[in-house]
Design a protein around this ligand. Structure first.
Ligand SMILES: Nc1nc2c(ncn2[C@@H]2O[C@H](COP(=O)(O)OP(=O)(O)O)[C@@H](O)[C@H]2O)c(=O)[nH]1
Ligand SMILES: [Mg+2]
Length: 264
């Protein structure tokens, strides 16, 4: 499951691995596919099966070469067994670990170890329909360096809304995020894709390990002169969130303030 010879050369020209990245240990090197999908996962035995199933099916029917990379942080449930169960899919599935806790740390680990032409992440809950990637890939192939799903772009809608308390928390977070990202309507959807070399380069300066990590990555991309394109999404809240208002909410707000001060 960890490495597969099935990944071919891809439909896009291969490019060098990001110059600022340290060489990877041989066991961590994955083939350079067209697009890699990072799935951060922490105790996701319930939500991961559906997400891996629909994602691998979708990728099998697309012409790009691709791989899915589950980044696990010592889950204590059956997350690894679930991933193992998809080892025979036609699209390669890799499982890697991450020594630092947090969604941000896990996503950056996946990106930093990727050699794909395009790389991005999606949450284990399938809140964003996987076929959103069609539009995302078209924009990346057109030369945009960062394309993110947005619940606030024209044409977006909620299939299933979040709870009132979560919506209120999101509103506060969004207003704080605007201090750093005034032009971005929704920085918090868990479905973001990038030009591989570009994002590998900017994450070398990113440090936020918790849920506010994507604000830091987007700020770094914008500061490096890249645009961020938002694509509308038909988004569904899925029960079983790993986000705890008490544990992650305050930390995210604090991270946001730190990001906002450090990027001025
Ligand atoms: N590897 C890893 N993944 C995490 C960690 N915390 C959260 N995640 C993953 O990040 C994603 C967050 O999605 P979710 O729990 O639905 O949060 P929400 O959408 O903000 O409510 C899920 O795929 C989680 O499994 C962590 O500490 N390590
Ligand atoms: Mg979710």
């Amino acid at each position: 499951m960890t490495q597969s010879p099935r990944a071919g050369p891809g439909v896009f020209p291969a490019r060098r691995y990001a110059a600022r990245s340290a060489p990877l240990p041989a066991g961590l090197v994955r083939p350079a596919v067209d697009v890699e999908l990072i799935v951060p996962a922490f105790n996701e035995e319930r939500r991961l099966p559906r997400t891996l199933g629909v994602t691998l099916d979708y990728l099998t029917s697309r012409r790009w070469t691709s791989a899915v990379v589950v980044v696990d942080n010592d889950s204590v449930d059956g997350t690894l067994e679930v991933a193992d169960g998809f080892g025979a899919a036609p699209v390669p599935l890799h499982v890697i670990g991450c020594s630092e806790r947090g969604k941000g740390a896990a996503v950056r680990r996946g990106i930093a170890t990727s050699r794909a032409r395009f790389v991005g992440f999606l949450d284990a809950d399938s809140a964003t329909p996987i076929d959103t990637l069609d539009q995302v890939m078209a924009l990346l192939q057109d030369g945009h360096r960062a394309v993110i799903a947005s619940r606030r772009a024209p044409g977006a809608h909620y299939e299933v809304e979040q709870s009132l308390s979560r919506r209120w928390g999101s509103w506060v977070f969004r207003e704080l995020a605007r201090l750093t990202l005034p032009g971005i309507a929704d920085s918090q959807c868990g479905f973001k894709f990038f030009d591989g070399d570009t994002v590998r380069d900017v994450i070398a300066d990113c440090r936020v390990n918790g849920f506010a990590f994507d604000v830091e990555i987007l700020a770094a991309l914008i500061r490096a002169g890249h645009d961020v394109v938002e694509v509308p999404v038909a988004w569904s809240d899925v029960p079983g969130s790993t986000f705890s208002a008490r544990r992650d909410g305050l930390r995210s707000m604090a991270d946001l303030l730190r990001i906002s001060l450090s990027w001025r």
